[in-house]
Design a protein around this ligand. Structure first.
Ligand SMILES: [Zn+2]
Length: 105
């Protein structure tokens, strides 16, 4: 199976097979990127996307609306590949940069 994975609109979106799947203006809960235990991160842009096994991860930047910090994240999961499709991470999931036990660059 081959999927086309890239960023769209100058990094505003993660695109899989030319469908916008995740990105700008979404609110993500991300652990360990600012002073908060879990940031309320409003995603402003995607700087990189990658697939690690079945996990699709994106490096992002945005603002924690809890503390106001501008943050960048390492690769955080946005969803996973299931069969020929894509299953987005649950909206309330807490994302951990570099999570999944694999920090390959
Ligand atoms: Zn914060």
């Amino acid at each position: 199976m081959t999927v086309s994975l890239r960023t769209l609109d100058d990094g505003a979106w993660v695109s899989l097979d030319d469908e916008r799947r995740a990105g700008a203006s979404e609110l993500w809960y991300v652990a360990g990127v600012c002073g908060c235990p879990v940031a309320d991160l409003v995603v402003e842009g995607i700087t990189d996307v990658a697939v690690d096994g079945r996990t699709v991860a994106a490096e992002t930047y945005g603002t924690c609306i809890r503390c106001g910090a501008s943050v960048t994240t390492g690769p955080v999961p946005v969803g996973r590949l299931v069969g020929a499709g894509f299953e987005p991470l649950a909206a309330g999931a807490v994302r951990t940069p570099g999570g999944g036990g694999d920090n390959r660059k």
